[in-house]
Design a protein around this ligand. Structure first.
Ligand code: SAH
Ligand code: SF4
Length: 389
């Protein structure tokens, strides 16, 4: 029965090695099988031609490679790709690929829904359904990766960056997020560099410490407000972990990997008209970050509206002014580009009528979504350019 089989998709190299040793096999089978699964996108043991017939038969008996079910996908002309994936039990999440020159960023979900209820986030409005398993998280990368024709040149990748900015709060599902991050970085799987794997958090302080202790990846903090009073309202988890504590956790995070002293944390800031977007807020934000001692880059995200959101997107002029104040204070500040006003395809608010595929498909085609600035590591060209329209 399928349920009793071990799903190899979400297993790290270490876990796979233990699995093969348990089977009475040599450890190196793990890296062989990892390459088949992840680098070549294979889910059929019979296709693994460098494994003996007996081993393939044994694997078919006890194991499987099972990804979430693709219920919908759309590949747009500009290269953006989107998938709606159905998990066991019926919950759905979305995964989005955003190309930008040489960079290809995949936005990955960690939970179905989210418990943290940020006031401007449609995932939050949906409530929490469940954590994704490691296989369901890495399965998003697996599905996206095998949608591309294989690259012929060694070392070239279609997915160069992964951001955990889809549905859910990754630091509240670290147990399953961690093995998936390991696989993203593993040379026998996706081989993405630590600086190009970014975990975005709303500020779960113990999770920031646990992440830093467990793995070397980049961190993005969803800041969204320059003081506790406003942040309590927009990002309710701030009541539990106020700004001073979050900033201290960011300092600890960066200090854990001193060899990477060039690194910084990306501060995400959603631009909500009349709420957090005044010049005064920009000055406060600059002071907060300067006082915190956390080397920071800032990514301004024009708010993506959704029905009954109760917020509006800041004007392009105000976004530009806000950006200029931060840049004058010395911060690399990018503005995430959105094309059109479609809403629910953008990272951070992946939700909605996922069953109503036709309608979504039309809207998706009509609108497209962000194409740059999503990454914690903007290219030099992004540093200076204001992308606000
Ligand atoms: N839970 C994590 C990661 C997922 S959200 C976090 O909060 O960081 C990814 C990003 O999208 C966050 O910065 C989030 O605040 C932002 N986001 C959520 N809803 C949004 C909206 N309607 N418009 C623009 N950005 C939004
Ligand atoms: Fe959850 Fe992030 Fe949305 Fe907040 S912004 S509700 S933490 S997914």
């Amino acid at each position: 029965m399928a349920e009793s089989k071990t799903n190899l998709l979400g297993m790290t190299r270490e876990a796979l090695e233990a699995f093969f040793i348990d089977l009475g096999e040599k450890k190196f089978r793990a890296t062989q099988v990892m390459q088949w699964i992840h680098a070549r996108g294979v889910d059929d043991f019979d296709a693994m031609s460098d494994l003996g017939k007996a081993l393939r038969a044994k694997l078919k008996d006890v194991a499987e490679i099972r990804a979430p079910k693709e219920v919908y996908h759309d590949f747009s002309k500009d290269g953006t790709r989107k998938w709606v994936l159905e998990m066991d039990g019926g919950g759905k999440v979305e995964t989005v690929f955003i190309p930008d020159g040489e960079r290809g960023t995949l936005c990955v979900s960690s939970q179905v829904g989210c418990a943290l209820d940020c006031s401007f986030c449609s995932t939050g409005k949906q409530g929490f359904q469940r954590d994704l398993s490691a296989a369901e998280i890495i399965g998003q990368v697996w599905i996206a990766n095998k949608s591309f024709p294989p690259r012929t040149n060694m070392g070239e990748r279609n997915i160069t960056n992964v951001v955990m900015m889809g549905m859910g709060e990754p630091l509240l599902n670290l147990q399953n997020v961690l093995p998936a991050l390991e696989l993203m970085k593993d040379d026998f799987a996706y081989g993405i560099s630590r600086r190009r794997v970014t975990v975005s958090t709303s500020g779960v302080v113990p999770g920031i410490d646990d992440l830093g202790e467990a793995i070397d990846v980049s961190l993005a903090l969803s800041l969204h407000a320059p003081n506790d009073e406003l942040r309590n309202e927009l990002v309710p988890i701030n009541r539990k972990y106020p700004l001073a504590e979050v900033m201290a956790a960011c300092r600890r995070f960066l200090a854990r990997h001193p060899t990477n002293s060039h690194r910084s944390i990306t501060m995400e800031y959603v631009m909500l008209k009349g709420v957090n977007d005044t010049n005064e807020h920009a000055h406060q934000l600059a002071n907060l970050l300067l006082d915190s001692g956390v080397p920071s880059k800032i990514n301004l995200i024009p708010f993506n509206p959704f029905p009954h959101a109760g917020y509006e997107r800041s004007s392009n002029n105000q976004i530009r002014r806000f950006q200029e104040i931060l840049m004058a204070a010395g911060f690399v500040t990018t503005v995430r580009t959105t094309r059109g006003d479609d809403i629910d395809a953008a990272c951070g608010q992946l939700v909605g009528q996922v069953n109503d595929r036709t309608r979504r498909s039309e809207r998706w085609r009509a609108a497209r979504i962000p194409v740059e600035g999503i990454d914690a590591e903007p290219s030099s060209r992004d540093h200076t350019r204001s992308t606000a329209r």
